[in-house]
Design a protein around this ligand. Structure first.
Ligand SMILES: Nc1ncnc2c1ncn2[C@@H]1O[C@H](COP(=O)(O)OP(=O)(O)OP(=O)(O)O)[C@@H](O)[C@H]1O
Ligand SMILES: [Mg+2]
Length: 295
């Protein structure tokens, strides 16, 4: 099965303070620039796993776009169908405290959110040529809903990304074969504070969603196999370097198995192994997941 991942590829600029963060002050620390975006992480993971995958994103025209292209070239993934526009790159700027916890962040994704359904019209033949489509929720609601409905005859897999963006999917849940969300995204989607996860998954299935995975850090992963709901314990891990990208890895592993015709239980179990591997590195994607395909 051929897979096309559609969504964001950001420039992540992360500053980490050496000492306790002081507001209104220039804190001494480290600043790193890397390539991020949930869609880019899913595309990279699927590529490392050996899937037949391409990536469709927005490539701007600023200096960050040069970095974006050279990083994607280095990964080796095909992104040749991406939309090229004379705009600035999507950027995520975050300040972390000395324990690497997020203090404050600004995400500037106006240009990918500004893409309209007609921007994708010239790509109809290309998109049609893939068997499965994977989305993050960084496109605008109008564009995301248009694409999901337009290509509902294909396998559609979606990551919820965040509480504020997952709600863009409310109208198209019946066309989605797999939605991966975390507890907070579940609450937002159903407009319920502290939603019971099993109740929540049942609600989403009642709304027509075909399959759902809900993660909650080191708590059990909840998923469905047909109409039955199951939970799978996460592995207790020591020496976690960073949890960044763990959710993206979980859905990537699950998709990799689903496109091979495996069931949801097998998909979640493999997703969990890919997520665990991602906890072992600072980056959002771990190249070593390549070794997992021989398991
Ligand atoms: N602290 C942890 N200990 C053990 N496993 C973890 C931990 N954090 C994440 N995981 C693994 O990664 C999976 C996904 O993590 P999480 O629930 O944090 O996803 P997420 O909120 O979508 O994260 P993100 O969007 O930042 O990638 C979990 O189901 C679990 O298997
Ligand atoms: Mg996530």
């Amino acid at each position: 099965m051929t897979v096309l991942v559609i969504g964001a590829c950001n420039i992540d600029i992360i500053g980490k303070s050496h000492e306790t963060l002081l507001n209104s002050e220039s804190n001494i620390g480290e600043v790193s620039i890397s390539l991020g975006g949930v869609a880019k992480n899913m595309a990279t993971n699927l590529f490392y796993l050996g899937a037949d995958v391409s990536f469709l994103t927005l490539i701007g025209s600023d200096n960050f776009a040069k970095m974006q292209k050279s990083e994607l070239d280095m990964i080796g993934i095909d992104y040749s169908h991406s939309l090229k526009r004379d705009v600035t790159s999507s950027t995520y700027l975050a300040v972390h405290d000395k324990n690497a916890d997020l203090n404050v962040a600004i995400n500037d994704m106006k240009n990918i959110e500004g893409l309209l359904p007609e921007d994708f019209s010239p790509l109809e033949e290309v998109i049609e040529s893939f068997d499965a489509l994977v989305f993050d929720t960084n496109l605008s609601e109008v564009t995301l809903c248009y694409l999901i409905e337009r290509y509902k005859h294909k396998k559609i897999y979606v990551d919820g990304v965040s509480q504020s963006k997952v709600i863009r999917l409310r109208k198209v849940l019946p066309y989605i074969d797999l939605l991966k969300i975390n507890q907070y995204e579940l609450n937002a989607l159903l407009k319920i504070d502290n939603c019971d996860i099993i109740f929540g998954v049942k609600q989403l299935l009642d709304k027509g969603l075909k399959n759902c995975i809900v993660s909650h850090s080191d708590e059990p992963i909840t998923y469905n196999l047909n109409k039955e709901i199951y939970q799978s314990e996460t592995n207790k891990k020591e020496n976690i370097l960073s949890t960044m990208g763990a959710g993206d890895a979980l859905i990537s592993g699950a998709i990799y198995y689903l496109v091979q015709g495996k069931n949801m239980r097998e998909a979640v179990n493999f997703g969990k192994v890919v997520a665990d591997k991602t906890l072992e590195v600072y980056e959002a994607c771990n190249k070593d997941i390549k070794k997992l395909i021989h398991l």
